[in-house]
Design a protein around this ligand. Structure first.
Ligand SMILES: C[S@@+](CC[C@H](N)C(=O)[O-])C[C@H]1O[C@@H](n2cnc3c(N)ncnc32)[C@H](O)[C@@H]1O
Length: 218
């Protein structure tokens, strides 16, 4: 069972700005059907953090049909879209955690994960909010503990402030992760994956170039 006792607060919105009426009872019943509960030693897992409208989870579930994708997001409007797409595509290997990724991380110290995706984490560009940023060296070390040997973390961002912050965290963790796409400086997402999330499209429409960092556990 997941514990509700976590120290890291989750910032940002739970509902969309439009405040479109939704039936929360139906929502929670559907979440229950796809809810992440426990790890099963039989499977390899993929952790998809901050999935927004769930495009990455659907992409990963189709690409890695033999693995379980644990999709972490508290944004209800986004999870509703994800749940619809799970049913529409008859996907069986996504488990949703409707909340903070820390809940999942704090409930295991075993190495269940083969891959972690973090696509467009909230950049919190203002200095006074910088402590809210998810990716720090401490967070990378937390992920190191739950990743299987040679597994990867993929991080995408279009924020120059966050790029600098991520580079710092990678440098601090240089004994724990190898930055695989460092030498060719090829950080273009589309060179690796044919996926467009809401925040990818936002970046392109605003002429910001998203970067992808690929780290391998040492
Ligand atoms: C900028 S959005 C990106 C959404 C999506 N990945 C995309 O590319 O369009 C970041 C999302 O991360 C979620 N998030 C932030 N911190 C989180 C945490 N600790 N655990 C789970 N989700 C988190 C937020 O709720 C938000 O929906």
């Amino acid at each position: 069972m997941l514990s509700s006792n976590y120290t890291n607060r989750l910032f940002g919105r739970t509902r969309g700005r439009s405040k479109k009426k939704i039936n929360l009872k139906n929502y929670h019943e559907t979440v229950e059907k796809f809810k992440f509960q426990n790890f099963d030693e039989k499977f390899d897992y993929i952790l998809d953090i901050g999935t927004g409208y769930g495009e990455t989870s659907i992409f990963l579930a189709k690409k890695f049909t033999d693995k379980i994708v644990v999709s972490c997001e508290k944004y209800i409007d986004g999870n509703i879209v994800l749940l619809k797409n799970i049913e529409k595509n008859k996907i069986r290997n996504i488990r949703l955690h409707n909340g903070n990724v820390y809940n999942v991380l704090e409930n295991t110290n075993k190495k269940y994960f083969k891959l972690v995706w973090i696509f467009f984490p909230d950049p919190w560009p203002k200095n006074r909010h910088s402590k809210r940023r998810l990716i720090t060296s401490d967070f990378l070390l937390k992920l190191h503990k739950i990743l299987k040997d040679n597994s990867e973390i993929h991080i995408a961002t279009d924020s120059t402030i966050y790029v600098r912050f991520i580079l710092n965290s990678i440098y601090t963790c240089k004994d724990y992760f190898l930055w695989l796409n460092q030498s060719n400086m090829n950080l273009n997402i589309k060179d690796y994956f044919n996926i467009e999330t809401k925040y990818y499209k936002k970046a392109i429409n605003s002429q910001r170039k998203p970067s992808l960092f690929i780290l391998r556990k040492l």
